[in-house]
Design a protein. Structure first.
Length: 167
């Protein structure tokens, strides 16, 4: 008669460790792999831009309530610059109604406008360079361009029925 052994056998420990390692590797590739595979979007007037990498300029703004303040979810700049709010002029940015200076990096922000936005209006948040004086001048602080040569901007609408998004 053999003596009864208790406990876990060596091969069970080896299999358990292998399974844990496989799960960790799969989890890493599932979460890390999705970031690397995300397509870059150059849609400057539609939805949020999805861009891989840190050396990009972009602005994220959602639809707004009417008023004299525009809230920006995120401003990402490789060099200090401005976000300039323009009225719509036949489908393109028109008159400037507000601007704010931002340091390089990623920042949330708000812009106080000289003219209030109106319900049903279309507006543009456009990124502009700074010539170094931290004072906006439309003649010297030109709009920033993306890799395709398009102006970096985000169209947003003003409405009293904005759906509040948290997070």
């Amino acid at each position: 008669m053999q003596p009864e052994t208790t406990g876990v056998k060596t091969w069970q420990w080896v299999v358990t460790v292998i399974i844990i390692i496989v799960l960790i590797v799969l989890g890493y590739y599932m979460f890390k792999g999705n970031d690397a595979a995300a397509p870059a979007s150059t849609d400057n007037t539609g939805g949020d831009s999805l861009v891989a990498g840190k050396d990009v300029n972009r602005v994220v703004v959602t639809d707004q309530f009417p008023g004299n303040i525009v809230y920006l979810s995120s401003v990402q700049l490789t060099k200090p610059g401005f976000v300039v709010i323009h009225k719509d002029k036949a489908g393109t940015p028109g008159d400037v109604i507000g601007y704010q200076y931002f340091d390089k990096g990623i920042n949330p922000g708000k812009i106080t406008l000289t003219t209030a936005t109106m319900d049903g209006g279309i507006y543009y948040a456009v990124l502009h360079s700074d010539d170094g004086d931290k004072v906006f001048s439309a003649a010297k602080d030109l709009p920033l361009k993306d890799a395709n040569g398009s102006t970096i901007m985000k169209l947003f609408r003003v409405t009293t029925t904005v759906t509040e998004t948290k997070g």
